[in-house]
Design a protein. Sequence first.
Length: 255
Amino acid sequence: MFFQKGNDEFKKGNHAKAIEYYTYATELDPKNHIFFSNRATAYFSMQDYAKSLRDSEKAVALDNTWWKGHSKGVECLMKLNRFQEAADKATACARQFSKEEGERTTQFAKFAADAKAALRGSMSPAEWNKTLGNEAFKAGKIDEAIKLYGEALRTVDTKTDEGKSLASAIYANRAACNRQLYMHDEVVADCTRSIELEPENVKAFIRRAQSYESMEKYSKALSDFEFASANGGGKVAMDGAARVRKGMANFEKNN
């Protein structure tokens, strides 16, 4: 009853009243994804994109196959200028619904293209190439990612604090690629440059430590792991430091 009243009010353009009725409906049946989805649409019509996103996420949490909930979520992310999240979600949905024909597949593909275009428009060439490099890395295209990170580094402006931070992140990301290829000298070089630009880049310390360990430069590895551990590096840094200490102790014991 409340749900239908909500629909009737929505058709009249009474979106606030529709939300009131949809809310009653969700309270009576909190597991019905359609109720949340329709309320999301009403919030969207009122330009309350944060609440619309919240309800669209509730709808797909209840039924992940509900494509309209996913669609509204992408639209909300776009309105909130969260273009990377919108692009990621739209791309994932395009894959999820790839076997279905017509509106669903076409819509998500368009959403993904629009989100990426908006994302690119809001980024410098260096930021865009870094983003593309990240995508290539996630897809396992390591050589392509290295090339894209190189392009990013060629255009980044390191005269500003923001530019230094961006360049530091790019060097650290390229180091992760080189580590995948067991190119430890390159990892150390990129991480060192990253740290020079941003002295507290914990990821760079961890990645350099891992390569130092692989190169059997245990003192340097321990120093980097300990710095990372003391600065929020978490379990990876703590485990790395413990592992290197144990290895050094065993080496001293046997020699």
